[in-house]
Design a protein around this ligand. Structure first.
Ligand code: PLP
Length: 405
């Protein structure tokens, strides 16, 4: 039964039904971007073949239909993460969300001498915008140390919190190691000293159930393309009172209520942060991707992926010379590893020749790689459509590659 259901999930992803280099494709690069189910691809096709039009203020059928679908997608996503529609802003992705907050909130609230706590696990996109904010404001970046198992040093984190701490930036799940961070507890500790918290949920949204109110996150961001949706669309959630107090990020159409030659007034939420024609099709398709996850069920997705991760971890651990990076008890879907004496890129190429797609390199986490004194890792990352049979083939391919190297 389980096998039939899993097969059914995989058959919903047309791209997976192909050969590369004459071998059946095994796609284990899901942390970089997931594949898209047919229903998401169909939603994109439907938009462009049936009702492509610019949204809001339209006097005609297509514009009204596009507006309705766009706003329905916002509503679905808001419900899915436990937010109100005012608090759900469509952005290009996680990177844009961090930059938006670092500018529109940071420029008003971060001053010389303030401290921004950034976890040592962060992707460059949840680090560089804060470094840029620190540079222009005179604030200080303080890094929360990472322990040997790839978890954050919670005792050190608590010691770093002080009245100077104005912001905590941390990912919910590490893209490089798979660590699930105890963000609810971290948010609560940061709030005790009056700091706000930005959660990078890019790797959490495809794997975990997210309730932004239960977490009490001030800001929570994710990208659609890592959760079965298209590229170029993502979500920035922000608490309404914070979004209301922020200045707009980009100026232009849609974010204004009224414009005069001598100035403008700002539109209501969520349009205030959606200047210009948005990625209408992307937003609608992201709504469809969320509907896909709802239909499968996030608990079931998490269970399938946890089984895959445990199975792959056990199998790879039996290979001589393999070292796994990221061994925290609480992990999601990521298996990062090195083989003694083997360059990750060489291994990546030899796996590709056997049809297996993994990612190699620093995974946009150069400081974290530096912390472990390595240049990068090999990363296999799993999604709901992957199978244990694929892991068996991956392990065989890995053993064959190692014999060649
Ligand atoms: N944060 C994490 C944890 C990620 O894994 C990624 C992408 O790999 C990002 C942020 C950036 O996402 P995007 O490139 O979609 O903006």
């Amino acid at each position: 039964m389980e096998a039939i259901q899993k097969k059914h999930i995989k058959t919903q992803f047309p791209i997976l039904d192909q050969e590369v280099h004459g071998k059946a494709l095994i796609y284990f690069d899901n942390a970089a971007t997931s594949q898209k189910p047919k229903r998401v691809i169909d939603a994109i096709t439907r938009y462009y073949t049936e009702y492509n039009s610019n949204i809001h203020r339209g006097a005609h059928y297509l514009a009204n239909k596009a507006t309705e679908e766009y706003e329905q997608a916002r509503e679905r996503i808001a419900n899915y993460i436990g937010a109100s529609t005012q608090e759900v802003n469509f952005v290009r992705g996680t990177t844009e969300a961090v930059n938006l907050v670092a500018n529109a909130w940071g420029n008003l609230n971060i001053h010389e001498g303030d401290e921004i706590l950034v976890s040592g696990l962060e992707h460059h996109s949840n680090m560089v915008p804060w470094q840029m904010l620190a540079e222009r404001s005179g604030a200080k970046i303080i890094i929360i140390p990472v322990l040997e198992d790839g978890s954050l040093d919670q005792a050190a984190f608590k010691n770093l919190l002080s009245a100077q701490t104005k912001l905590l930036a941390v990912n919910h799940v590490s893209n490089a190691l798979g660590t699930i961070n105890p963000v609810k507890e971290m948010i609560s500790a940061a709030h005790e000293v009056g700091a706000k918290v930005f959660i990078d949920g890019a790797q959490a949204i495809p794997h975990l159930s997210i309730d932004v109110k239960d977490l009490d996150a001030d800001f929570y961001a994710f990208s659609g393309h890592k959760a079965y949706g298209p590229t170029g669309i993502g979500i920035l959630y922000g608490k309404e009172e914070l979004l209301l107090a922020m200045k707009p990020y980009h100026g232009g159409g849609e974010m204004i209520k009224e414009v005069r030659y001598d100035g403008f007034t700002v539109n209501a939420l969520p349009y205030k942060f959606e200047a210009g024609t948005p990625n209408i099709c992307g937003a609608i398709a992201l709504g469809e991707a969320i509907a896909f996850m709802e239909d499968v069920g996030i608990d079931k997705i998490a269970q399938i992926e946890a089984d895959l991760l445990a199975y792959a971890t056990e199998k790879i651990s039996a290979i001589d010379g393999v070292k796994i990076y990221g061994t925290a008890a609480d992990k999601a879907s990521v298996l990062s590893f090195l083989v003694e004496g083997v360059h990750p890129f060489d291994l990546g190429i030899l796996l590709d020749k056997q049809g297996v797609a993994i990612r190699t390199g620093h995974h946009c986490c150069q400081p974290l790689m530096g912390h472990f004194d390595i240049e990068g890792t090999c990363r296999a990352s799993f999604a709901v459509y992957n199978t244990k049979e694929e892991i068996d083939l991956f392990i065989k391919a890995l053993e064959r590659a190692l014999m060649m190297l």
